[in-house]
Design a protein around this ligand. Structure first.
Ligand SMILES: [Zn+2]
Length: 303
């Protein structure tokens, strides 16, 4: 379902935002709401329509405590987002080829040339929970730059699909009824996701192979660390009453332990295919998450 805005919400928008919304026709007015809140006690009632002598239909709510109240039709207005219009307004500067891939959830936007390479741009909304098909499509398009409306949505899509997912609320803003994309910020995200994309071509298959090998070794080492950390947390809790976090090994230490260079470790941690590894890497800093760790994500346990 696409998000719906009601009159009571839009009333608080800044006039700048509203001007922007109107200029780009971002919202589509839909059927008016069928219920309204009593102005006195805020309880919600169904609207009933009564025709006056001139034949005009007027809406009323009948509150048991506060009595009959006429409801201004403006109060019942509702709008839904026109996502295509929004994407055109947002990404007007790109080579657009808008295409809805999974209805209401996933759109192909076009191509962009950011941080020195041309990549496909996608837009995804909501959360991945019930959208396996959208997840599968994103997994097949890991070179693409994906945008999602919010930080929390971005994090979840990134975790399940492994793609770079940039939160729009961090890189876009409205200024004087215009939408501005912060390209510099976006390029920062792109460079973080593909550190080698500048200049040199993609890693050769051989280098790619050894990178995947490094990721696998690090994954194993981190899982082991998190298990040790869990034990440490429970035993310190038993002894002192407070669980203590076993310090996460530094990249330097991991490199030494696994017979790798520190920059191998660093690159592996940033790799596109290291989503699971990064989850353990972050998790190892949080004693609560360490304590509830139930084993690796991808083997033996359903994701
Ligand atoms: Zn009332």
């Amino acid at each position: 379902m696409t998000p719906v805005f009601q009159a009571s919400e839009t009333i608080r928008w800044k006039s700048d935002d509203w001007a922007f919304v109107e200029q780009h026709k971002l919202l589509r007015e839909i059927e008016p709401a069928g219920s309204a809140n009593c102005s006195d006690c805020s309880r919600r009632y169904e609207v009933e329509y009564i025709s006056d002598r001139a034949g005009n239909r007027n809406g009323y709510i009948n509150c048991g405590d506060c009595g009959l109240e006429r409801v201004d039709p403006d109060r019942l207005k509702q709008w839904e987002i026109d996502t295509n219009a929004m994407l055109r307004a947002l990404f007007g500067g790109l080579k657009l080829s808008l295409e809805e891939q999974v209805p209401d959830y996933l759109w192909k936007v076009g191509r962009a040339n950011w941080a020195g390479s041309s990549r496909r741009v996608w837009f995804v909304r909501s959360f991945p929970g019930h959208h396996r098909d959208a997840v599968e499509i994103l997994k097949r398009n890991k070179k693409a730059i994906v945008f999602a409306p919010t930080q929390s949505g971005s994090t979840q899509w990134h975790e399940v699909a492994g793609s770079l997912v940039v939160p729009l609320d961090r890189v876009a803003s409205t200024k004087a009824a215009k939408l501005v994309l912060n390209v510099e910020e976006i390029e920062g995200w792109v460079k973080d996701a593909w550190p080698t994309s500048k200049g040199s071509k993609n890693a050769t298959p051989k280098r790619r192979g050894s990178r995947l090998n490094s990721i696998a070794k690090l994954r194993k080492a981190l899982i082991e660390h998190v298990f040790n950390a869990r034990e440490h947390a429970y035993s310190t809790k038993e002894i002192t009453g407070t669980p203590r976090l076993l310090p996460r090994p530094q990249q330097k230490e991991l490199a030494k332990q696994l017979d790798m260079t520190t920059s191998d470790v660093n690159r592996a941690l940033k790799d596109d295919d290291a989503v699971e590894l990064r989850i353990y890497w972050e998790l190892a800093l949080d004693v609560d998450q360490v304590m509830s760790f139930a084993g690796p994500i991808t083997r033996g346990r359903k994701t």
